[in-house]
Write a new protein. Structure first.
Lengths: 271, 271, 271
């Protein structure tokens, strides 16, 4: 069996587990993608909760298989819930996925994820190349607002440094996704050039990291499998889409329907 | 004329009234479904307003045919508007539809709808089985986060108790919807197994209850007709959908286009 | 060359500039349309940021080609960011597009845009007929909540007065769009009767005004070209749509794919 076969087996095992167990994934996320990431999680088979109510965070973390913290909306009423929620997750051993949306675009967007990472245990950090490079300490990393002008490959060394510094997996989304943790690195090919034209597909990758984290205790594998699911579903959707609007809908359909043949035929992981 | 014919006649009469009058439906709702429930109301023929600005609640209630209060986002800035808005609706005789999203999933989500119901006059309460069972006093009702693991039929007795306690109609959504008020009970069949895989279709049912409440003074009928509209549109959409993504879009199209033949042929109400 | 040809040339020039430069458009907008207007901007070729975090407004304005202020959500946590953001835009010479959603529907929705306009330099104000008539001082302008019951033509004189009072362009959306500034007026025909059945397409027109404002220093032209893009994309989408749900998706596809033939064949501007 080649490595690609083994990876496909593992993705399929985790996908089956998500569909069988419907793990609760708690999301403190931005108001651009609450609907779309909830739909992606439901389509995949998870059970999403979207909340930023401080009062219920500890209770909700207690019933969740993973916590996703997405910094797309950095308004105070959203930020207030993140630290208590993450503290509850640390205490309960619930894996946490962090998305530093727009790190580098403003001081607040750079400082907030670093402060959270300094105080808590991360399972996976997922971002685009600019965001990951910024968190790793490279000031002025190539960003255009919340979009990246760098490629994931440009961020490889800094992603590995970040992963080692916070003892987590780091996933860098781009035309090619890069996943690393400890000594392991993988590149995930596939997807579609239309994907960056749909808002929040990066945030969707983060949410799917949460679903895989809920069924797989290895952060590298969970991040890798989420990236594979994104690339495979994106490619399946692109086969039917005429633009970014129709792509998004077929993407949910693909997350819902993708099966063994889809994964085995479309998986393109390079190690 | 059979009962089914009479129900179809009544649904068609209300649907025509919504499309003719375009009643304003004011929604204090959660940030996951603001867009999707507004789209469902527009597709059906109503004129939605989405707001949680305390300062304008009394004015907006004054121009509204119904008020929908959805507890999906229980953050303080959302909750603050609910009590004043409902008080204005009580004073003006505007019917109020309450959706206790996630009741049972956290203390806050259980206590908030009960406190609102204790102080105000409800027209319809709509939820899934777990939420309705929780409100009726059954602690630990089968819930998985904001999703239910119970069926609507399991909630029948508790739904009737809740309806009698608050003198309103109660609608329990599920594979089969259950609607009750006073001595009346109805079951609504149809829809599609894909519907729970689209986020916020429960909230959409609540919003449609608001549209029907704006044109029908009987809470049982308004709730029943909204459930019929959901099941018929869901079934029409499923005929064209390949998954939850395409289902959602065809669902709006169906709400917009559904006519006499669709209702008469697909309506499946059991009393 | 006729005027229509010249207009088509200018639209195509601006569209090419947006697609080549991907200007950052910063949006302080309502929670109904954050996702959909971001998707429209991405489909057109711009790079949207959605935020209402006061702390980062000056920084984000500094990297933006235009600022869009949309008053759909008039809750305090949204309003707080608008004045500082607009002040930063004034100082930096960044064009600002204002959408007075629901002006006339509540005191707050009428007073807020007028207070903002009194203190800042507007580039474009875009609204429906009721909203524009309200801002121009006509109390009780025909509104139904956030929807208009008046036609854009009814608002022509008041729109011109508003444009002159605030030295900006005014765009009035409707079955026929009306754009005016100084002595210039244009009517834009096309689109589809389904468009008002999709929530937030007015807000989408405002967002597109931001994209065109980022590449065209003339407010009248920027507003006109955004209206043309809306009407052309709406018409292209309607050719493939069976209702408001599918219309919205094909609309994004059309913004993404529309090219020279689409613009030249479908542009219907009357001066």
């Amino acid at each position: 069996m080649t490595k690609a076969d083994a990876t496909a087996d593992n993705v399929l095992r985790d996908l089956a587990a998500i569909r069988a167990k419907n793990p609760v994934v708690l999301n403190i996320t931005n108001y651009v993608v609450t609907n779309t990431t909830a739909n992606a999680l439901l389509a995949l088979g998870a059970s999403p909760i979207m909340s930023h109510a401080v009062e219920e965070m500890a209770e909700l973390v207690g019933i969740s298989g993973a916590l996703v913290i997405n910094l797309g909306t950095v308004a105070p009423e959203y930020l207030a819930a993140m630290d208590p929620a993450w503290a509850a997750a640390d205490a309960a051993g619930v894996p946490v996925v962090l998305d530093p949306v727009g790190a580098g675009a403003s001081t607040l967007r750079t400082a907030t994820p670093l402060a959270l990472l300094a105080g808590h245990k991360a399972f996976i950090v997922r971002g685009n190349a600019s965001e990951i490079m910024t968190l790793a300490g490279k000031s002025g990393a190539a960003a255009k607002g919340v979009d990246s002008t760098a490629k994931s490959g440009d961020a490889a060394d800094l992603a590995r440094a970040l992963a080692n510094r916070f003892s987590c997996a780091v996933a860098v989304s781009g035309e090619v996704d890069l996943v690393c943790a400890g000594q392991a690195t993988a590149l995930v090919h596939g997807g579609s050039a239309l994907m960056p034209r749909v808002t929040g597909l990066g945030c969707t990758a983060t949410a799917l990291c949460g679903a895989f984290a809920a069924v797989n205790p290895d952060p590298f594998e969970a991040a890798l499998h989420a990236c594979v699911a994104m690339k495979v579903a994106g490619e399946m959707a692109a086969d039917k889409a005429a633009g970014p609007g129709t792509l998004q809908l077929h993407f949910y359909d693909a997350l819902y329907s993708m099966g063994e043949q889809d994964i085995r035929q479309r998986l393109k992981v390079e190690r």
